[in-house]
Design a protein around this ligand. Structure first.
Ligand code: BTN
Length: 254
């Protein structure tokens, strides 16, 4: 892709005018041996995938739908950390490129004015000791109009256009995103997860606040105390050791 200034991410770039899902395409390419850093990007998706089996609205020509294939030589236990690397990269790219005050929400959402502007879906193929590959799927609502959002969303949603009041060119934004993602991924490989976690927490407005976590089977309330060394949410409930939460939907209580 013209103008890409990365060493790894996007050196091999596969573009689709339309596809089922860039994550599914990246998984297929990974199974066929595509190299570390391969990027799949599509102008539209027929069946965009969201977290927890949900769908991701993917109208053609307005947003960014991209998946990055990585083959890190780290334990599969550390794979969730990579979703934080990617979410942080999206928040930083939006801040730096658009000058908008993007924040992060556990586990891997990106918010503008408390509304979701981007989401992350990571999918992995691993055995006990080794990651074969991780696919980090990023959906960023760029120029989506209010009426293009599904009516039944469980959360408030927005786009960069709705937040800024004008449309954005997608290619320069995508280039900046790949650039920041590469920088943070290199930091992750060199220095581990701690610096990533600290930067992520700095963009998360909820520390010290009361939240409710919907774990599917039940709901728990407590004070958000940050994330642990694997990215689990730390929830202070009674002043004892914090409860570690690995999956769920979070909402603030105050
Ligand atoms: C979420 O539920 O918040 C995650 C949404 C992830 C959507 C992106 S769009 C590009 C990639 N391909 C998919 O099918 N999903 C991810």
């Amino acid at each position: 892709q013209a103008g890409l200034d990365t060493r790894l991410i996007g050196r091999n770039l596969v573009y689709f005018a339309e596809t089922d899902s860039t994550n599914s395409q990246a998984q297929r390419l990974a199974e066929e041996g595509a190299p570390d850093g391969t990027v799949v990007v599509a102008d539209g998706q027929r069946s965009g995938k969201g977290r927890m089996g949900r769908t991701w609205a993917s109208p053609t020509g307005v947003n960014l739908y991209t998946s990055v294939l990585l083959r890190p030589a780290v334990s599969p236990l550390r794979a969730p950390q990579l979703s934080f690397v990617a979410a942080l990269a999206v928040a930083r790219a939006v801040r730096e490129h658009c000058g908008l005050a993007a924040e992060v929400k556990w586990p891997n959402d990106i918010l503008l004015d408390h509304a979701k502007v981007a989401g992350l879906l990571s999918e992995m193929n691993a055995e006990s000791e080794r990651i074969h590959y991780v696919v980090l799927g990023i959906g960023l609502n760029v120029n989506m109009e209010a009426e293009q959002f599904p009516a039944d969303l469980r959360y408030p949603a927005t786009s960069l256009k709705l937040a800024a009041g004008h449309a954005w060119e997608r290619a320069p934004l995508a280039r900046h995103l790949y650039h920041v993602l590469e920088e943070l991924y290199e930091q992750f490989l060199d220095q581990g997860f701690a610096p990533i976690a600290r930067q992520w927490e700095a963009l998360c407005p909820w520390r010290g606040r009361r939240i409710e976590v919907d774990r599917g089977a039940d709901r728990v309330c407590g004070t958000f105390a940050g994330i642990d060394e694997y990215g689990a949410l730390l929830l202070d409930i009674d002043g004892n050791a914090p409860l570690k939460i690995y999956a769920g939907d979070v909402r603030p209580l105050d």
